[in-house]
Design a protein around this ligand. Structure first.
Ligand SMILES: [Zn+2]
Length: 378
């Protein structure tokens, strides 16, 4: 019991410190993720090693951004270490990062394949996009308990990959904007590197990050010419400069050139504190459990997310009334309706979609905490 109290106090202290160091900062927070690491080499062709190239580029991007005013760079790794995919995303989530940028290299048995590709989370009808995602997701099989940890996710099954994308449309617009900027900057490199464009595929590392997020395949290590460029100091400098320029341009477009607007205490932080308290409660204190079971699940329809605040008037939402707003993960989310009846919520979802909000989806809460629809309908 005594130990539990220390643990709770310690958790609170950590939470307060975390809020203090991130929540109060008005800097634009960028989490850079160098793919792979340690025993996970990524793609390897003729001495061109993806994990090393990705890290070299990330460190160069970070150096450029750190020299900018009002930028705060967070790294998932700065050395040759293994970090699992969920932890990579969680580093960005805990930091309340504004964007998440994962950097990789592509590879193909056909050594003529070349060009960059910048991915946003989601499902594209072109099945070939699944190949890159399959390859990058397969790293989870290196983890002992991946089946339990990733809730039965099979990196080789298109079905489970599609399932992962169903509720993941909330940052799409901003993610596409960031991805387009990256590809535009790559295009400026001219003949050095063929820019491939923005694509959509279900990547686990993006799935778990709750913010605008992209995964950049900086080129093919399997292609002798492009691979050598990726493996060279000069090539890495060019690529890093392009990515950093894109990030700076994104910040400028959505947040201006000064400080990032800080809207008080963010609900996501409050949620985080609550969960940590519950998780650290002594196991024999079953009051928590009883209260949980008694509380009703509440369903709402999320139909819009925006980095700009929109006044809650029906005319701004195609006539929808009863719209509420939450500020979470650095973004305003607009919610319609509120009911504890799942069937009613389904009708509300159709209603919202019929207004033209095609990517609307249902979310659920219990005790003010977001839970999955599966949990809510149990
Ligand atoms: Zn990779």
């Amino acid at each position: 019991m005594f130990i539990s109290k220390i643990k709770i106090a310690f958790t609170l202290l950590i939470t307060i410190l975390a809020i203090d160091s991130y929540g109060q900062s008005n800097d634009f927070k960028v989490t850079l993720d160098a793919g792979h690491g340690d025993h996970d080499f990524g793609a390897v062709y003729s001495g061109r090693i993806e994990k090393n190239i990705a890290l070299a580029i990330v460190l160069k991007v970070g150096k450029i951004l750190e020299a900018q005013p009002k930028f705060d760079v967070i790294y998932t790794r700065k050395t040759d270490v293994f970090v699992d995919l969920v932890e990579r995303a969680n580093i960005a989530n805990r930091a309340n990062s504004h964007i998440f940028v994962s950097i990789h290299c592509n590879a193909n048995r056909n050594t003529a394949a070349d060009g960059t590709e910048t991915y946003v989370m989601g499902m594209n009808k072109i099945a070939s996009n699944l190949e890159a995602a399959k390859k990058e997701n397969s790293v989870i099989t290196l983890e002992k308990d991946y089946k339990r940890k990733y809730e039965g996710f099979d990196p080789n099954s298109p079905e489970t990959m599609i399932g992962m994308t169903l509720m993941q449309e909330e940052y799409l617009e901003n993610s596409i904007s960031l991805a387009s900027k990256v590809e535009e900057k790559f295009a400026l490199l001219g003949k050095k590197l063929r820019h491939g464009g923005v694509k959509q595929a279900p990547f686990m590392v993006l799935h778990k990050a709750y913010m605008p997020r992209v995964l950049i395949e900086t080129g093919f290590v399997s292609n002798p010419t492009e691979g050598d460029l990726l493996n060279s100091e000069e090539g890495q400098n060019d690529i890093a400069k392009a990515i950093a320029d894109a990030i700076i341009s994104y910040k400028l477009e959505f947040f201006g050139d000064g400080e990032v607007e800080n809207v008080g205490e963010k609900p996501s932080q409050i949620l985080k504190e609550n969960t940590e308290k519950v998780n650290d409660a002594p196991v024999n204190d079953n009051k928590v459990g009883v209260k949980d079971a008694a509380a009703e699940s509440i369903f709402k329809i999320q139909f819009l997310a925006s980095q700009k605040k929109i006044a809650l008037e029906p005319r701004n939402f195609k006539g929808l009334q009863n719209v509420s707003i939450v500020y979470e993960d650095n973004i305003y989310k607009y919610l319609y309706g509120e009911t504890s009846d799942y069937e009613k919520a389904k009708n509300q979802l159709s209603e919202v979609k019929s207004k033209g909000y095609d990517s609307a989806f249902m979310i659920a809460f219990k005790n003010g905490k977001k839970i999955s629809i599966q949990e809510a309908t149990k």
